[in-house]
Ligand binder design. Sequence first.
Ligand SMILES: Nc1ncnc2c1ncn2[C@@H]1O[C@H](COP(=O)(O)OP(=O)(O)O)[C@@H](O)[C@H]1O
Ligand SMILES: [Mg+2]
Length: 480
Amino acid sequence: MWWSPRPASQQVQATTPVPAQAFRFAAPVLPTPVALIVARWLARLVVLVVKLPFRFPVAVAAAVASFLVWRAFGWITVAVAWSLVDVGLLVWWRRWPVSFRRWVGLRVLAAWRWWWVYARQWQPVLVVAGLAETYQERQYLPRIRRVTCSAWADRVRVRLVAGTTPADFENRVAELAHGFGAPSCRVTVLGPRDVVLEFPRWDTLAEPIAALDVPTVPDLGALPVGLQEDGTPWRLRLHGTHVLVVGVTGSGKGSVLWSAIRAMLPALEDGTAQVWAVDPKRMELSYGRSLFARYADTGEAAVALLEEAVAQMRERAERYAGRQRSHTPTTEDPFTVVVLDEVAFLTAYHPDRDVRRRAENAIATLTSQGRSVGFCVLAALQDPRKEVMNLRNLFPDKIALRLDEASQVDMVLGEGARDRGANAHLIDSTLPGVAFVRLEGSPMPVRVRAAYVSDDDIDTMTANHAPTSSSGLCAVGGAA
Ligand SMILES: Nc1ncnc2c1ncn2[C@@H]1O[C@H](COP(=O)(O)OP(=O)(O)O)[C@@H](O)[C@H]1O
Ligand SMILES: [Mg+2]
């Protein structure tokens, strides 16, 4: 029917009217003429046909070419042509697998994932996750603009509904990940109403990473210590900052400390950097003792070491005052990294109150004043709760390895980190060294894995790279 069967009727209120309500206002309902609906469908079809060659140029070109060949030469020619194309693709795949993967494999995969996973499940998942908006009884869904695949993840570019924010997605990454059957989900903002949801297809960090090659010229602002989830190196800044590594026993704190030390080896060797190590458990750092300029393994010795670091830092600051605003590592003024394993042993668990207080004071002084004069504290900690470590906030950079409780994630990585997908409490216990970090300039947590520096690696390091200048080499207290 092309006309409306009845004149405009009144909308009937579905709920029972309240008897005391004297007036009820109801909006008149005007049934849309069928002609308009059909016209709208046709318009959409035209838009789709116009857009299709731009969205899927290869597929459309192949279909059109096949059709033309079929009309001109018959179906046998089409079959032969397609067989030739298949053989060509086969040769491409065998001879140049990398470019085949990039230009064909991942694109076909993206088209498949777009249709099979995202387009099909988009509405139910978003509605159940609470990401669909309703306005005047109409539902508005964010729209998928594009799906691309990398070797390890799907990237779904989404246009947001006007009036919503990327934070709505960031707060529902768990729902989205489970909804689309991915191990995790991360949200990146590209621009206004333009976000990318990244869904890994498998865990790229499942295999342990062997100790990385020692760089010939170490960059103390970006030491390679492992890999990021996307396969690129995870670089850790030490110069100009302090780093706190948090994780339960067995989470792999040692591998972060050792990977950082390993990446600095040439600088330790030529004396432009020094490591001062404190190892209350005597299990972690004692193994590579000859690499360290100072070493302490008892409470008293550790406090003496820390106070000496403070004294040197003050002396340096005095010399620099008014003459120099930043530190350049030299053999006279080496970059000094104070590595503290199990720092809570000093600040919370040591039986001597005086040791606890002095250690805490020294660490607070180093972390608050040491950055610009070339002192860095790299500390490992099991329990991030405030009672145990109230110096947490003095460390600008933090690394969250496997944690005990969900509430600890935000304590370590800052507010909102867990909502943005840093599920450090869910890291599998079979994956030591896996962590979440926040890289410079981005609020988004990144999943990384530290390379594993084995005892054999440490043996090789001490044999080949022990500091040559023995001037700085002296143990403090009980560590001789
Ligand atoms: N990055 C890593 N990759 C693979 N295995 C690791 C890694 N880090 C640690 N491990 C394994 O986990 C064990 C515990 O690591 P460790 O560094 O001692 O933990 P923590 O110091 O946090 O208690 C190690 O003995 C090692 O076998
Ligand atoms: Mg340890």
